[in-house]
Design a protein around this ligand. Structure first.
Ligand SMILES: Nc1ncnc2c1ncn2[C@@H]1O[C@H](COP(=O)(O)OP(=O)(O)OP(=O)(O)O)[C@@H](O)[C@H]1O
Ligand SMILES: [Mg+2]
Length: 299
C-alpha cells in the first residue's frame, strides 16, 4: 500500500474573473473547489494511474470534514488525524488578468496529534511506500520527517520525500527510495545558483552520496535529471503541450514515478513521471489518466 502524508491540507477555492480590483466588490465568472496539499495531490494522481493509496492528513473543523468527504467521493481512502481546535484552511486563488493567491495558515498541530500519526504509521508493513511531501506548518518541529523515518527504520518501508532544505537534508541518512527536489530547491540546499546540467549532476550526486537512492531533479519546462539507485544518469526532456497551470506538476511527477516503479523499470518510471508532470502542466487541475496515456506515447 502507498501512504501519503499531508500535514496542512487545504481546500483551494479557485475563482476566475477578468480583472481583480482591490478595495471594491468583485464578481467571479466561475468558481471551482479542489482539495489540495502535496500528499493529497500525489494520492489523486496515483488514483488516476490505478494505484490505490491511503491519504493521512491532519484536519480540523468543518473544512476538514469537507476534505475527508471530498476525497472519499473521489475514491481515495483516507485516515485522518482530527485536531480539536481550528479549521483546515481555505486557500483563495484568483485567476484574473494577474494571478493572486491568499493562502491560510491552517490549524496548529499538537504533540498528541503527532503521536496519533505515529500510531497510524505503526500499521505500515514491509514493502509499503510512504510519501512525505511538502513543507510543514510552523507548529511542528523541523525534525518531524526525520523522526518519522527513524521510527520506520529496518521495516523495509520505502520512503519518498518531496521536500527541500533542512527537512530533506535530515532524512537522507535513512536512505529514502526517492527524493524529488526541483533545481531551485537543489541549488538552495547547497547555497549555489544552478545554471547547468553538470551542476545538477554534481549536487544530485551529493544527495545520493548522503543516502538517497533515486534522486530526481525536476526543472519545470526543461525536464528532469534522474540519478538512479545504480548511479546511472538519465536526462529526460518534457512532453509538448500548452501550459495552463504547472502547480502540482512536481507532485504528479512523484506519483508517476511511484506508479511506474511498481510496474516496471526505472526508465519507464521516469517516462510515466514526465507524462504525469506534463499532463498536470497542460491542465487546469491535476493530471488525468487519458492525457497521461497520450503523452507517455510521445516519449
Ligand atoms: N511547462 C512545462 N512543460 C512540460 N512539462 C512540464 C512543464 N512544467 C512541468 N513539467 C513537467 O513536470 C515536471 C515537474 O515540474 P516542476 O519542476 O515544475 O516541479 P515542482 O517545481 O516540484 O512543482 P510543484 O512543487 O508545484 O508540484 C517536470 O520535470 C516536467 O516533466
Ligand atoms: Mg515541488
Amino acid at each position: 500500500m502507498v501512504y501519503t502524508v499531508t500535514f496542512n491540507p487545504a481546500i483551494d477555492y479557485v475563482v476566475r474573473m477578468d480583472r481583480l480590483v482591490p478595495g471594491s466588490v468583485n464578481r467571479t465568472k466561475s468558481e471551482q473547489i479542489y482539495y489540495g496539499g502535496k500528499g493529497i495531490n500525489v494520492s489523486i494522481v496515483l488514483k488516476e494511474l490505478g494505484v490505490p493509496s491511503k491519504a493521512l492528513c491532519f484536519v480540523a473543523g468543518f473544512t476538514g470534514e469537507a476534505i475527508e468527504s471530498g476525497l472519499g467521493a473521489m475514491g481515495i481512502e483516507t485516515d485522518f488525524v482530527k485536531l480539536a481546535k481550528g479549521n483546515s484552511r481555505i486557500n483563495m486563488k484568483v485567476k484574473a488578468d494577474e494571478e493572486t493567491e491568499i493562502n491560510g495558515q491552517g490549524p496548529d498541530i499538537s504533540d498528541t496529534a503527532v503521536k496519533e500519526l505515529f500510531k497510524k504509521l505503526e500499521r505500515l508493513e514491509g514493502g509499503d511506500i510512504l510519501v512525505l511531501a511538502g513543507s510543514i506548518p510552523s507548529s511542528l518541529p523541523p525534525d518531524i520527517y526525520e523522526r518519522i523515518l527513524e521510527r520506520l527504520q529496518g521495516r523495509n518501508i520505502k520512503a519518498v520525500v518531496d521536500a527541500a532544505g533542512e527537512l530533506l537534508m535530515r532524512v537522507l541518512k535513512y536512505e529514502p527510495f526517492l527524493i524529488k527536489p526541483n533545481s531551485l530547491e537543489l541549488g538552495e540546499m547547497f547555497g549555489v545558483t544552478i545554471e547547468s546540467d553538470e551542476q545538477i549532476e554534481t549536487y544530485a550526486n551529493k544527495l545520493r552520496e548522503l543516502g538517497a537512492k533515486n534522486v530526481l531533479v525536476s526543472m519545470a519546462g526543461d525536464g528532469s535529471m534522474l540519478i538512479d539507485e545504480n548511479g546511472a544518469v538519465i536526462r529526460q526532456g518534457v512532453c509538448k503541450g500548452e501550459v495552463r497551470n504547472s502547480v502540482g506538476a512536481g507532485d504528479s511527477m512523484v506519483a508517476g514515478f511511484i506508479a511506474g516503479s511498481l510496474k516496471g523499470d526505472t526508465a519507464y518510471a521516469l517516462r510515466l513521471a514526465t507524462a504525469a508532470g506534463g499532463a498536470t502542466a497542460f491542465s487546469d487541475g491535476l493530471a488525468e489518466r487519458k492525457l497521461i496515456d497520450e503523452l507517455i506515447k510521445t516519449l
